[in-house]
Design a binder for this molecule. Sequence first.
Ligand SMILES: Nc1ncnc2c1ncn2[C@@H]1O[C@H](COP(=O)(O)OP(=O)(O)O)[C@@H](O)[C@H]1O
Ligand SMILES: O=c1ccn([C@@H]2O[C@H](COP(=O)(O)OP(=O)(O)O)[C@@H](O)[C@H]2O)c(=O)[nH]1
Length: 236
Amino acid sequence: MPAYKRILLKLSGEALMGDDAFGINRATIVRMVEEIAEVTRMGVQVAVVIGGGNIFRGVAGGSVGMDRATADYMGMLATVMNALALGDTMDKAGLVARVMSAIGIERVVEPYVRPKALQYLEEGKVVVFAAGTGNPFFTTDTAAALRGAEIGAEIVLKATKVDGVYSADPKKDPEATRYTSITFDEVIGKNLEVMDATAFALCRDQKLPIKIFSIFKLGALRRVVMGEDEGTLVHV
Ligand SMILES: Nc1ncnc2c1ncn2[C@@H]1O[C@H](COP(=O)(O)OP(=O)(O)O)[C@@H](O)[C@H]1O
Ligand SMILES: O=c1ccn([C@@H]2O[C@H](COP(=O)(O)OP(=O)(O)O)[C@@H](O)[C@H]2O)c(=O)[nH]1
């Protein structure tokens, strides 16, 4: 039996690159969709927030010296591209996906309307939230926390490049050790940067737990959904 009825899954844009330098790696996106399909077949309602780092960091050189807000809008548009790719891959894999955007771009994707998103989830469709929160100066991690709270998800699952929260950035400190679970106060107090503080604070206030796990580990999503020991749980 799955441990959750409704989840909000945050997928790293950068992870979509696979081994490529930028853009969307076909094998990687197909594999991610297969893992999502597996948990939906278990009866879990899945909403996804997708990042944009794979595309946006590819053009970031050109954004040097730009207004932060303008660059952020470019980043949000990058997430729309990823969301379209993800939705299309889901449809081809036999899932029914609905992409909803936080910024008005109606000819391309339908706008985010909360009751409509809830309806889709009840119908067993996978909802892909594009364009983050729709506001500059935020991240897609914060969008995941926000949408997770809005749709009443029981947990936010962050699938990322590391397999959990470490005592220090494992990329910089090889001695860092991984937590099995940690409180919001501790993760914020120690400035552990696996997710931004805005996202952590929002989840803490809403008592919405977060699980951080590796996007590269096969079957990790299923194990997390089954409530098995995988990654790091951040809780109140
Ligand atoms: N204490 C920590 N524990 C785990 N990862 C950390 C920590 N501090 C920094 N990081 C870094 O955070 C990164 C994940 O965050 P981010 O780059 O925002 O991922 P995403 O693309 O999934 O949003 C990891 O690659 C890791 O190097
Ligand atoms: O609510 C949001 C979400 C995203 N972004 C912009 O979109 C980029 C891509 O998102 P993110 O870096 O979170 O993607 P990921 O790291 O998951 O690939 C960010 O750097 C921001 O510039 C934004 O301005 N507001």
